[in-house]
Design a protein around this ligand. Structure first.
Ligand code: NAD
Ligand code: TYD
Length: 356
């Protein structure tokens, strides 16, 4: 029996990780800790919320007393840490919020893990079966030119307040391994897409706007390149790494799937025309070039050969297939999308759940 704390489990990627672990490991107890910020939505987990091996706790990782108390109440065998502020544009408007959650919140979890781990070592004289898995991003490596890829040894060079806060948290995680001997693992993943993606990010925002005949904002000339990975492939990679990586290691996760933003949006418009039975080219008329993002990284590309060679993980889906699947999901989950865009999920679903 393992008890795993998953932070940020009500968010986009976290909800997929929670679902995978709850369904795949009925012997594990999965505890989902989430503050339910604007990005946290318990409707993302409605299909598994009544499973006996799942429980939810509303709480803020920035609150050290709360985090310490949580670790004194539960005997966790592992933490999979996804809770974060995750949107680059929001980090430009409010950097401090990113420092609080992404840096201070991570250090609070590390401190609680360390104290719990040392306490066990002192009392039991045997090492505890415990791992701290930190989910990070390829954005910590900065930006690439036209060639090259990020490997696990690429020097950190973050440019946005978001990536700077994630880079800082990665350094703290490594420091707790190197200084205190805590069993830590980090993965740095490329851009994810798929179901339950919050519609402030490029792909779900574009799907929503196309569906509703609103302009699709393309920053700058749309020439920036991202390496896209289907979110369920990311969740599977996290499962493989959590269970098999050696302590103190890092793995890059990516899809070998680079697209300029404008090519991606044109492909999306084509799929949407077909799905909505619009004349070909109709949705692309919504493309609107807008002012570029400040400090906009030009290109990300992940070399995930270490993960493939050492742990045997490869992505399962081709991008075109994954994107069509994602469009189908959004078009058949109008209620989810409408609740999220109107904010109703905050008023009804989350509050109702927390009161229960
Ligand atoms: P998200 O914004 O969809 O979800 C974040 C979750 O964290 C939300 O449920 C939110 O309520 C919760 N949260 C925020 N602040 C909290 C706090 N102080 N205490 C407790 N919970 C809090 O993010 P996501 O896109 O699912 O990303 C999850 C993780 O994966 C992040 O660490 C992010 O840096 C990383 N990541 C994301 C991507 C991507 O493409 N989205 C790629 C690589 C890595
Ligand atoms: P985003 O989904 O915000 O992810 P990230 O910034 O973490 O890579 O953005 C993906 C790319 O799309 C990025 O190059 C910025 C660009 N973008 C737009 O062109 N328009 C938009 O409305 C958004 C949200 C992003």
């Amino acid at each position: 029996m393992k008890k795993i704390l998953i932070t940020g489990g009500a968010g986009f990627i976290g909800s997929h990780v929670v679902r995978l672990f709850v369904n795949k490991y009925p012997d594990y107890q999965i505890v989902n800790l989430d503050k339910l910020t604007y990005a946290g939505n318990l409707a993302n987990l409605s299909d598994i919320e009544n499973k006996p091996n799942y429980s939810f706790i509303k709480g803020d990782i920035v609150d050290a007393a709360f985090v310490n108390e949580l670790f004194s109440q539960h005997k966790f065998n592992g933490v999979i840490h996804l809770a974060a502020e995750s949107h680059v544009d929001r980090s430009i408007s409010n950097p401090l919020e990113f420092v609080m959650t992404n840096v201070i919140g991570t250090v609070n979890l590390l401190n609680a893990s360390k104290a719990y781990w040392f306490q066990h070592l002192n009392n039991e004289k045997t090492p505890l079966d415990f791992r701290f898995y930190h989910v990070s991003t390829d954005e910590v490596y900065g930006t690439l030119g036209e060639t090259g890829m990020f490997t696990e040894t690429t020097a950190y060079d973050p440019h946005s307040p978001y990536s700077a806060s994630k880079a800082s948290s990665d350094h703290f995680v490594r420091a707790y391994h190197d200084t205190f001997g805590l069993d830590t693992v980090i993965s740095n993943c490329s851009n994810n897409y798929g179901s339950y993606h919050f519609p402030e990010k490029l792909i779900p925002l574009s799907i929503y706007n196309i569906k509703n005949n609103k302009p699709i904002p393309v920053y700058g000339k749309g020439e920036n390149i991202r390496d896209w990975l289907f979110v369920e492939d990311h969740a599977n990679a996290i499962d493989v790494i959590f269970h098999n990586a050696k302590a103190g290691t890092t793995y890059n996760i990516g899809g070998h799937n680079e697209w300029t933003n404008i090519d991606l949006i044109r492909l999306l418009c084509k799929i949407m025309d077909e799905k909505l039975q619009r004349p070909e080219g109709e949705s692309a008329k919504l493309i609107t070039f807008v002012k570029d993002r400040a400090g906009h990284d030009l290109r990300y590309a992940i070399d995930s050969s270490k993960l493939k060679n050492e742990l045997g993980w490869t992505p399962s889906l081709q991008f075109e297939e994954g994107l069509e699947k994602t469009v189908d999901w959004f078009l058949s989950h109008q209620e989810w999308l409408n609740n999220v865009t109107s904010g109703d999920y905050k008023k009804y679903y989350n509050e109702q759940y927390v009161k229960r």
